[in-house]
Design a protein around this ligand. Structure first.
Ligand code: ADP
Ligand code: MG
Length: 559
């Protein structure tokens, strides 16, 4: 039987691709710049083994030129260029990547900075252009070629003139339509901001003519416009620099530049992981709670870069919910990207990085607690609630990570203390970690239930936040000491024999208690003589698992 080959319907495939792979049109520039950078990288790698070839860094750059009158945008590079055959193969066949081939051919030679792999990025140009012209001269060739295409109708290739080695891609930018704006891709400021956003850390200079204004010579108070070539990208990302070269201010500037927040970061960690998974990260703990932090609108996540190119603005998978306040970025060479390079395949690498980051944040917070108590308390005021939610959610699965980071107000210190501090100063005869709940410290201090515990000289944790007691219930214990509410039935405190209410006392007051029970029917379960009261005549105690405060919270929750 004759077996027929499937033929890709290139035209339709191209249209489909152009319109469905990418969610944002602006990424065409990221793709073309990445290709240009790859092309320069290839010369760089070749020069490593070829004595004839000298790689003089100053000769290699990418140039972006917008011409509003002709509606063209040109991306030129001084990279390796393409021969006629390369143009046929790499631009004529969709999903064919010359860069991927280069990487496997040159495996031995550390080609891992090269970004391309899927062979589709180039076509993203057709999202914003009616026509794309590529003029290229390959390294080692005397002849240049022009490849031209209007997208779906195929392409032409013909010899042409070009002085230097490299590639020049010219996009004829589409006219604005009712639904889509294209003019912006000819605007200097817009192009600059797209470059900054996605390609700031491309390792070669991305040059552009930028308009400036200067006082006109002779003209009083008049200004004139002038153009000046500028390198738009910063090239060396701060996270690749040595920590020893960087100052506190550098990190603060980066935080502000990236608009992670309008505050100053309280603390940061710069991670250079070189183990099972290789990545660089800079993580910040903000000083202030973002205004929408405790709302549904708040979106957690870190910026994710693959080899210096921005892939995702907010990668939520990198942060557990309880550390959702952390801002910053991760850059890794080891990620498996999907075809649009907008999303990641959920892979082992990402999970490993996330796990690693989680423990970095925890140790950062722990050292803050140890070394700068005041800052830690500022942090805890801003985000402590989220940590407590973290303990409560997932049925306490995170309690090992989080219990050391929690703080509660202490009856003794009248300020926030950690559980470790509480336990470390417990007298030997104290069995439990005591806590009392209420809406404020003042109110809790008036609770009759706290009296007997305080009289024993034991410290009490005052739980004033709704979530506190729920979190404590999930923790159950800390360093093998169980938590105990001061209003629970058995406090584990032995009352002096004389103070204990005798059976006789109970019998004596039987009628009184019965009368009280009748009056309070439906409101209390029973009325009893108590041995825990000191200066108060009565108190309420909870019998079940839920304290009175928790019941209040639960009742207040919408169903
Ligand atoms: P990818 O970058 O994933 O390989 P692209 O569609 O972006 O896919 O590009 C296809 C191929 O075209 C590249 O692999 C490369 O071989 C070639 N190419 C594209 N742009 C350039 C350029 N500026 N200089 C040299 N080669 C290029
Ligand atoms: Mg590419």
């Amino acid at each position: 039987m004759l077996k027929k080959e499937f033929k890709a319907e290139s035209k339709r495939l191209l249209e489909m691709m152009i319109n469905s792979i990418y969610t944002q049109k602006e990424i065409f520039l990221r793709e073309l710049i990445s290709n240009a950078s790859d092309a320069i990288d290839k010369i760089y790698y070749k020069a490593l083994t070829d004595d004839q070839l000298v790689f003089n860094k100053d000769d290699y750059y990418i140039r972006i030129t917008a011409d509003k009158d002709n509606r063209t945008l040109t991306i030129a590079d001084t990279g390796i260029g393409m021969s006629q055959e390369d143009l046929e193969n790499n631009l004529g066949i969709i999903a064919k990547s010359g860069s991927l081939a280069f990487k496997s051919e040159n495996e031995a030679k550390d080609g891992h900075n090269i970004i391309g792999q899927f062979g589709v990025g180039f076509y993203s140009a057709f999202m914003v252009a009616d026509q794309v012209t590529v003029i290229s001269k390959a390294l080692g060739s005397d002849q240049a070629y022009r490849w031209e295409s209007e997208g779906t109708d195929g392409y032409t290739i013909e010899p042409c003139e070009k002085d230097s080695i490299g590639t020049e891609i010219t996009l004829k930018i589409k006219e604005n339509t009712e639904d889509d704006q294209y003019d912006e891709y000819l605007e200097e400021y817009r192009l600059k901001s797209i470059i900054k956003k996605y390609s700031d850390f491309i390792r070669y200079p991305i040059k552009m003519d930028i308009t400036g204004h200067r006082p006109k010579e002779g003209g009083e108070g008049e200004f004139e416009e002038y153009k000046e070539e500028q390198t738009v990208n910063s090239m060396v990302p701060i996270w690749r620099k040595n920590k020893s070269e960087l100052t506190q201010e550098d990190y603060e500037n980066f935080y502000a530049e990236k608009r992670y927040g309008f505050d100053k970061p309280l603390s940061h960690v710069h991670v250079k992981a070189d183990g099972a998974v290789v990545y660089n990260a800079i993580l910040f703990i903000p000083e202030n709670t973002p205004f929408d932090y405790y709302t549904k609108e708040y979106e957690k996540g870190l910026e994710l870069y693959s080899n210096g190119v921005l892939i995702m603005d907010k990668c939520g998978d990198l942060l557990p919910d309880y550390f959702s306040f952390v801002k910053g970025m991760v850059d890794s060479e080891d990620l498996s990207l999907n075809i649009s390079r907008e999303m990641l395949q959920h892979d082992r690498q990402l999970t490993l990085i996330a796990k690693n980051i989680k423990s970095k944040i925890k140790s950062q917070l722990q050292s803050l607690l140890k070394d700068d108590r005041e800052k830690y308390e500022t942090f805890f005021q801003a985000f402590g609630r989220q940590l407590k939610f973290g303990v409560y959610n997932d049925y306490g699965a995170n309690k090992d990570t989080l219990s050391d980071l929690l703080m509660f107000t202490s009856s003794k210190e009248k300020k926030l203390v950690t559980l470790d501090e509480y336990v470390s100063r417990m007298p030997e005869d104290q069995k439990y970690i005591y806590y009392a709940s209420g809406t404020s410290v003042e109110r809790i201090e008036k609770l009759p239930q706290t009296e007997i515990v305080a009289d024993k000289g034991y410290e009490i944790l005052y739980l004033t936040d709704d979530i506190d007691e729920f979190a404590i219930k999930m923790l159950m214990n800390y360093k093998e000491k169980e938590f105990k509410s001061v209003s629970s039935g058995d406090l584990g405190i032995e009352a002096d024999a004389e103070d204990a209410p005798s059976e006789a006392e109970a019998a004596e007051n039987k009628e009184l208690f019965e009368a009280m029970s009748t009056v309070l029917a439906g409101k209390v379960k029973s009325v009893k003589a108590s041995k825990r009261l000191k200066s108060h005549p009565v108190c309420l105690t909870a019998e079940g698992d839920l304290s009175i405060e928790m019941e209040k919270v639960l009742k207040a929750m919408p169903n």
